[in-house]
Design a protein around this ligand. Structure first.
Ligand SMILES: *[C@@H]1O[C@H](CO)[C@@H](O)[C@H](O)[C@H]1NC(C)=O
Ligand SMILES: *[C@@H]1O[C@H](CO)[C@@H](O)[C@H](O)[C@H]1NC(C)=O
Ligand SMILES: *[C@@H]1O[C@H](CO)[C@@H](O)[C@H](O)[C@H]1NC(C)=O
Length: 280
């Protein structure tokens, strides 16, 4: 039983990070599910025929729970109320739709941009009406800045974005030609990117540990998982993936980088299965 719970929460965490697997089969299933919800047109093309989609449905449910748990500790967010509003309006399915559209290999660039825009407007109105109905923070504590087109230009945010982007490029995790890592032209001479990135990583590790502990995994297993993930650069890759959402990019450049990072994460995850199985 412990194994099952731990495993499920693991999937949740992973899918929170990467949302939709880059793999064709899981994409095909997500497309099928979105069509059933009438969130994608019937003629939206499959990368391959979907089969055995029961797992995808389970994953989405787990992902929804994981996703909505983000609100629990957020000040100003009326968690119970907004969760039920957002569930009713299928917010998570719209987030999946965003990934599906971005990574389409058959739509033209124009079609992708227009569909993404439409989807974003829908999400915006879902979020705005949920915030209003629940008398909840309409800025959502920064969780939906990219959907709501809120640019966080506080000094701390600019520094953090700059360091994440620069480090991800230096580590060859993000590849973008001719990108300006400091579009706001602030003085970077005194910015300690190493410290900022270390802080971010520790923060992610702390959340990971808390989540695993909550699901009843032993400290030994948790240590094993964290060490394995660390060795495969999982935490750096996670930061790179989040950074992609924070910078202005052409959708296909973002999709290509996301695809590579998702594959890297997937490869890293295989390493932790031994931790789950071994008898600590
Ligand atoms: C802006 O970013 C900073 C640093 O990441 C963060 O502490 C702050 O809460 C953010 N503000 C908003 C409104 O999201
Ligand atoms: C793990 O969870 C248990 C029970 O929920 C709690 O007593 C313990 O303090 C937690 N340990 C850590 C390291 O967070
Ligand atoms: C990850 O590995 C690096 C280098 O091996 C080490 O310095 C760092 O402390 C490790 N971090 C965690 C969270 O285990």
């Amino acid at each position: 039983m412990k194994f099952a719970v731990g495993f499920l929460s693991l999937i949740v965490i992973i899918f929170q990070v990467k949302c939709v697997s880059a793999e064709d089969e899981s994409q095909a299933c997500m497309i099928k599910i979105l069509k059933e919800k009438e969130l994608l047109n019937e003629d939206f093309s499959y990368p391959r025929q979907p089969t055995r989609c029961f797992l995808a449905a389970i994953i989405i449910t787990a992902m929804e729970d994981g996703f909505y748990s983000k609100f629990d500790n957020e000040e100003g967010i009326n968690a119970d109320c907004v969760k039920s509003e957002l569930k009713k309006k299928n917010l998570v399915y719209h987030l999946i739709k965003k990934d599906i559209i971005e990574s389409s290999k058959t739509l033209s660039e124009e079609e992708i941009k227009s569909l993404l825009n439409e989807n974003k407007e829908t999400m915006k109105s879902i979020l705005n009406s949920a915030a209003k109905a629940c008398k909840s923070d309409d800025k959502w504590g920064g969780i939906f800045d990219d959907v709501l087109d809120i640019k966080n230009t506080t000094h701390a945010a600019l520094e953090s974005n700059y360091c994440c982007l620069k480090t991800s490029i230096d580590k060859n995790l993000i590849k973008i030609e001719n990108i300006d890592v400091n579009p706001y032209n602030f003085d970077t001479s005194n910015v300690d990117c190493n410290a900022i990135i270390e802080n971010k990583k520790n923060d992610i590790v702390r959340k990971f540990r808390a989540k695993y502990n909550e699901s009843g995994l032993s400290q030994n297993k948790i240590n094993c998982i964290v060490n394995n993930l660390n060795e495969s650069n999982f935490f750096d890759t996670t930061i790179a993936l989040k950074t992609l959402e924070k910078i202005d990019l052409e959708p296909f450049v973002r999709a290509e980088n996301k695809r590579k990072l998702s594959n890297k994460i997937e490869a890293g995850i295989t390493g932790i299965f031994s931790c789950m199985i071994e008898n600590y």
